[in-house]
Design a protein around this ligand. Sequence first.
Ligand SMILES: *Cc1c(COP(=O)(O)O)cnc(C)c1O
Length: 421
Amino acid sequence: MHHFQYKNNIMHCEDIAVPEIAAKTGTPFYLYSAATLKRHFHAFDSGFKGINHLTCFAVKACSNISILQQFGRMGGGADIVSGGELFRAMKAGIDPGKIIYSGVGKTEAEMREALFAGILLFNVESPQELDRLQKVAAELGVTAPVAFRINPDVDPKTHAYISTGLAKNKFGIPVDSALQEYARAQQMDNIEVLGVSCHIGSQLTQIDPFIEALRKVKNFVGRLQGEGIEIKYLDLGGGVGITYDQEDPPHPHAYAEAITKEMQGMDCTLILEPGRVIVGNAGILVTEVQYTKVNAGGEKEKRFVIIDAAMNDLTRPSLYDAFHEILPIKETGREKQIVDVVGPICETGDFMARDRLLPEVKQGELLAIMSCGAYGFTMSSNYNSRPRVAEVLVNGDQVHIIRKREDYDDMITSELLVEVP
Ligand SMILES: *Cc1c(COP(=O)(O)O)cnc(C)c1O
């Protein structure tokens, strides 16, 4: 359920007609619905109200500080994967005591920043990372709170690029060698062992792989207890999928119910790191048709709709061959035709949809690329020297610019014009 609906044939975001915003900010732009963001966060978080839990929003899915702030005010924490994301979470006022730091490649500088901030937990992913964290914590004279990310070797049945819990993936520590790392960590002066974590992948549409992973983690926690190591936090990661096309992912409440049941008898706080399921369907990318054209004729006839958004603004179609629904902002009732919706970038991979059946659209008309709230703006770049687009948040009848459109000066602000002889 989201708040992008047609009223009198015009797509609205909550109470605002989308063309009104486009007229003011220009296109393309990302548009988020605050009511949808709040609703999704609440739907997810409230599902776990029966057990001790903490919902840490995965910042990489959508990292605008206005949006992070909203989740923070609803009691949420943050799951970060870089020093930059820590900086954002802190700017957004998220309680550092609710920040989890995941990722396989934490630098010394990033560790220092997170220790200085006083985060809740480092999810450590390798023996070398543990050694480095001990060293950095000792230098600062503090103790680092640690969970190990174990790799449960569970198939999440999702796209290969976003599977993370298989033995062949780069993430986590295999269960069998993890025990040894816990024992080692227990002996370290500046490490406090507090948890176990796992994250098996993204855009999962079934509950079973989560349950399978959770059972393996529970079993592992039992083994740790056998060694006298008590676990305070069990972090199950993120990964619940959304509907882009025909997918039928579990409702957050069904997911929560299944996990809650499985957590019975566990004496620890459950940590969740949802990203996509909260923000995915709460954002769209609004774009204007620049040209339409027909290449070749007869059998090979191909129709193109060339828009002002491109693979630098929304990477998912090019990167994962991902499907995003495309809707006209104004419903016209025109006949449908098969088209490729493409951007202006000089790459054949620059498409938003291929062979898509869409009502005929004309130059100057607006389109909505749906379900762009997650891994949309955050994956954007300046490729082809295209300034990054604006982000707009609607709340009821209020429109807020939460990120200005970059101009050309913003784009070269860090560049130095050096003359070499
Ligand atoms: C990406 C990521 C998440 C969020 O995944 P979603 O599929 O967006 O819910 C959570 N935890 C970790 C460690 C991640 O890398």
